[in-house]
Design a protein around this ligand. Structure first.
Ligand SMILES: Nc1nc2c(ncn2[C@@H]2O[C@H](COP(=O)(O)OP(=O)(O)OP(=O)(O)O)[C@@H](O)[C@H]2O)c(=O)[nH]1
Length: 445
């Protein structure tokens, strides 16, 4: 079975694969489309464009006397021009009016301009003017205030086709000088072309000239290559940034999840440790009297240095069987519990009471010598015997065997000596304290 996390991981990978495929297809598709299609096209010819007129230097109010005449055929416009002296620069022109209301057209979005024309004076040039309106320097009632972007076209025998790009035009110097145009406006501008004009160049007066114009074609792409590349770069960059952000978020979530899991594990471990120490604690104690048991004794001994002073008092209730038999095991149990409770109230914190089993107990007295231990045993014996507050009002006595662990003696040996002393106490009439024989003496025996 797949976990939720793995499923989420797979979904994310599928999502990345899908986005990547989509981006690759879009990129390749757009680059192909841009290269082979996406054409933006405007053609001005006698069949589809009619706002055309002939013009000459008489429009200028500068004593111009040239005469222009336009003939339109299905294939071209023909300008017949009679240049006469009078104007500073006599001229005739074919004017294509591109204005739509107050606006011209933005031809900066086209890549090139192609013109098909015939001007058979091979020594001369004609001028192609793209006239731009900009309220910063132009006024509507003075066409000479519009910017004249100009390019020169050579004369040739027969028809010529010329393709021009933006930087092949320059702003007419007479316009800059006449209108005192500040430098910031002296560059080419094509964003609001109101008129395209094809005009005669500088000629001697008294000349007849003829210009045929078949078409002017503006062509380009809806999105040029640079813009498309920039857009694709942005799309790839944006996708990469998005992908990074998603990955970062996933990593942060995973980190959070893992730290939550770690916290959970730590809590569980803490609980386990608590349970363990509780169990260990329980394991060390006798469940009836809550005194330390043999396991507790072993742990206790492992913490006592072998050279440390240590005395053992073996305690055994006299005739305990009788108590059980007479008053029942319940009372016997209560006697055991009360004895532990009372003894523990009468010993120092360093002294430990251990139930070895049945009605047998030992008291481990750390830092106590034999004399002190015997004194304590005697004190306990008297108190236990004289106590009137035992369950069911019974009275009983205890016998004691006391030993002190000697140099290099094992605990078990000292315990054995105390046990032997206890045995002596029992056989000598009970309710007494007997001192264990010394270790070497015992060995001799
Ligand atoms: N109530 C109760 N009795 C126990 C327990 N453990 C052992 N006994 C009883 O303690 C009695 C010990 O009897 P014995 O070993 O004969 O010793 P005694 O009767 O005390 O006689 P002496 O030690 O010789 O004075 C037995 O009857 C056991 O059943 C316990 O946990 N509770």
């Amino acid at each position: 079975m797949l976990t939720k996390k793995k499923l989420r991981g797979r979904e994310a990978i599928q999502y990345i694969h899908l986005s990547l495929s989509f981006l690759i297809i879009c990129t390749v598709g757009l680059l192909f489309w841009q290269h082979y299609g996406m054409n933006n096209f405007l053609r001005l010819d006698p069949l589809n464009f009619h706002k055309v007129k002939a013009n000459d230097d008489r429009e200028d109010n500068q004593l111009g006397r040239s005469i222009a005449k336009l003939t339109t055929t299905p294939d071209y416009w023909r300008l017949d021009c009679q240049l006469n002296p009078g104007h500073r620069v006599p001229y005739c022109s074919i004017d294509l009016d591109l204005s739509q209301g107050n606006h011209g057209i933005d031809i900066s979005k086209y890549d090139k301009l192609t013109i098909h024309y015939r001007y058979q004076e091979v020594q001369e040039q004609i001028v192609l003017l793209l006239i731009n309106f900009n309220p910063d320097y132009s006024t509507s009632n003075d066409y000479r205030s519009h910017k004249f972007n100009q390019a020169f076209l050579p004369g040739a025998i027969g028809w010529s086709t010329n393709s021009l790009v933006g930087n092949q035009f320059n702003v007419a110097s007479w316009w800059i000088t006449d209108k005192k145009i500040p430098p910031k406006w002296t560059h080419n501008e094509f964003s609001n072309i109101r008129e395209i004009r094809l005009t005669t160049g500088r000629h001697l007066p008294h000349a007849n000239r003829q210009i045929d114009l078949a078409y002017i074609e503006l062509s380009g792409k809806y999105i040029n290559k640079d813009t498309l590349q920039l857009l694709l770069l942005l799309a790839w960059g944006g996708s990469a940034a998005l992908w990074l952000a998603i990955e970062l978020r996933r990593a942060i979530c995973a980190l959070q999840r893992s730290s939550e899991r770690q916290q959970h594990l730590e809590n569980a471990q803490k609980k386990l440790q608590e349970i363990n120490s509780l169990l260990a604690e329980r394991n060390m104690h006798d469940p009836l009297t809550l005194a330390l048991n043999r396991e507790g004794l072993n742990i206790l001994l492992s913490n006592i240095l072998p050279q440390a002073q240590l005395s053992i008092i073996f305690i055994d209730i006299d005739y305990f069987k009788k108590i059980n038999d007479t008053y029942g095991h319940g009372i016997g149990d209560q006697v055991l519990c009360q004895l532990v409770e009372q003894v523990q109230q009468r010993i120092r914190p360093n002294d430990k009471l251990i139930r070895l089993g049945g009605e047998e107990f030992i008291l481990l007295c750390q830092g106590s010598g034999l004399t002190q231990a015997v004194k304590l045993a005697e004190k306990l014996r008297i108190w236990l015997y004289s106590n009137q507050a035992w369950p069911a009002g019974i009275t009983f006595s205890c016998s004691f065997g006391v030993s002190e662990r000697q140099n290099n003696e094992l605990f078990e040996q000292a315990l054995h000596r105390a046990d032997k002393a206890l045995y002596r106490a029992k056989t000598s009439g009970r309710n007494r304290v007997e001192i264990a024989e010394e270790a070497n003496q015992q060995n001799i025996n």
